[in-house]
Design a protein around this ligand. Structure first.
Ligand code: COA
Length: 391
């Protein structure tokens, strides 16, 4: 028996900032962003959008054509928590009308927690083959106006229905794992902007890749050549080039640049326009690969690497299933990204700064209406967040 992805869908904010606009604002060469870090645009959440609305939109899409009655678990992966106690997934459960006999809880470890959720879900499903698990990863990457991380912001969600009927990808159970206590990126409770030592985080990412890969090789005996494509966590798309170049050298694989680039490039297409989606990033990248690969990936083994600063890394693997193409939502994903409205710098800044205007004393507030898909964050009253289904 196998377990894996029966359905997968991504969602992102309906507004974006072109990084040329950001470059003009700060007097940078746009090529530093377009070429240097490999990012052209970043999705910007509207004031009435948060991880719940992003996640609910992705969930509603992923559930199309699925028997939701078999779902008994929702794992919500995020590092943009909206409450210290209540799981954001409970709002998603209500908004998308999931079955009442479910367990819902939240997972956190920087950008790693989506992959962490997968490692819990797979053995669970193999013990309960009639059930399904929903993993939703949603995040809004905020580093601060004018900060070094600003061009690597983004927002989005991915929802995956996992089951023992993996129509898209079946995961292998063995993986390589690594944990090391480092301060490369973190967000103290008193701030909603991440603190980051950018160059150090790139170094720690590569260290975690080396260690998790080595652990994977030791455990399985598999080698670099066993994989058709590689999918990396993408804080910015150039990170995949850095990571894969390292792995190619480390594994003594003799590949020309165009050969190793071919192994990673289709996975970076969506992220180049959405930006960092933190916990969802490696699965947004997987969706990008499956949707956009010109080759038939049937029966091909894919290697995936998730990295969460702080830090945890995991190298895990899956095999693409026969007929997977007919279960993808490629047209929907491409439309969501291409239909976004471009923001000028002032409106981006206004959207960004809105969060600081939310009351913290329990007084009521309604949020202005923007395009947020089927769901919106309608405001606050008595310290409670209000959500609405958009007609
Ligand atoms: N044309 C083409 N490339 C250019 C360029 C230009 N005009 N100007 C600069 N570059 C290149 C640099 O050479 C560099 O490439 P390299 O990394 O291959 O050496 C790249 O663009 C970035 O330039 P750099 O000066 O290093 O950027 P920065 O100091 O602004 O920092 C990050 C970039 C990614 C470290 C920063 O945005 C950050 O901290 N982001 C958040 C943290 C993060 O995403 N961490 C990743 C691990 S989880």
């Amino acid at each position: 028996m196998q377990a894996g992805i029966e359905s997968i869908s991504i969602y992102t904010s309906q507004y974006y900032l072109d990084l040329k606009t950001l470059a003009n604002q700060w007097g940078e060469d746009p090529d530093k962003y377009y070429i240097g870090i490999g990012q052209e645009q970043m999705s910007v959440p509207a004031p009435d959008e948060d991880i719940v609305t992003l996640a609910a939109n992705a969930t509603a899409q992923a559930l199309q054509g699925i028997d939701a009655g078999a779902l008994d678990t929702l794992l919500f992966a995020t590092e943009t928590g909206i409450d210290q106690s209540k799981a954001a997934g409970i709002y998603v459960h209500e908004l998308t009308q999931l079955p009442k006999n479910m367990r819902v809880f939240e997972l956190k470890q920087a950008c790693y927690s989506g992959a962490g959720g997968l490692s819990l879900a797979l053995p669970y499903l193999l013990h309960h083959p009639d059930r399904k698990v929903l993993i939703v990863a949603a995040d809004i990457a905020r580093y601060g106006i004018g900060s070094i991380g600003e061009p690597t912001q983004g927002a989005g969600a991915v929802a995956m229905v996992l089951s023992t009927n993996p129509k898209i990808m079946a995961f292998d159970l063995e993986s390589g794992i690594y944990t090391h206590d480092v301060m490369d990126f973190w967000r103290p409770n008193y701030t909603d902007e991440a603190l980051v030592d950018g160059k150090y985080s790139i170094k720690m990412y590569i260290t975690a890749l080396r260690e998790a890969w080595q652990h994977y090789v030791d455990v399985t005996g598999n080698s670099f050549a066993d994989f058709h494509r590689y999918v990396y966590h993408l804080p910015f798309t150039k990170m995949a080039d850095k990571a894969h170049q390292f792995l190619v050298r480390h594994a003594n694989a003799e590949l020309r640049p165009e050969e190793w680039k071919r192994q990673i490039d289709d996975a970076a297409i969506y992220q180049r326009f959405i930006g960092n989606t933190y916990a969802g990033s490696v699965f947004v990248a997987l969706t990008s690969l499956l949707d956009n690969s010109p080759d038939d990936l049937t029966d091909k083994r894919i290697g995936l690497f998730s990295y969460g600063s702080g830090s945890v890394g995991e190298f895990f693997t899956g095999i693409v299933q026969q007929g997977y193409q007919s279960h993808l939502k490629k047209a929907m994903h491409q439309e969501i990204i291409s239909e976004r409205a471009e923001l000028d710098y002032e409106t981006y800044k206004e959207f960004y700064l809105f969060k600081s205007k939310l009351p913290t004393d329990g007084s009521p507030m309604r949020t202005p209406k923007h395009n947020t898909g089927r769901y919106r964050f309608a405001g606050l009253t008595e310290h409670q967040r209000l959500y609405e289904v958009v007609a």
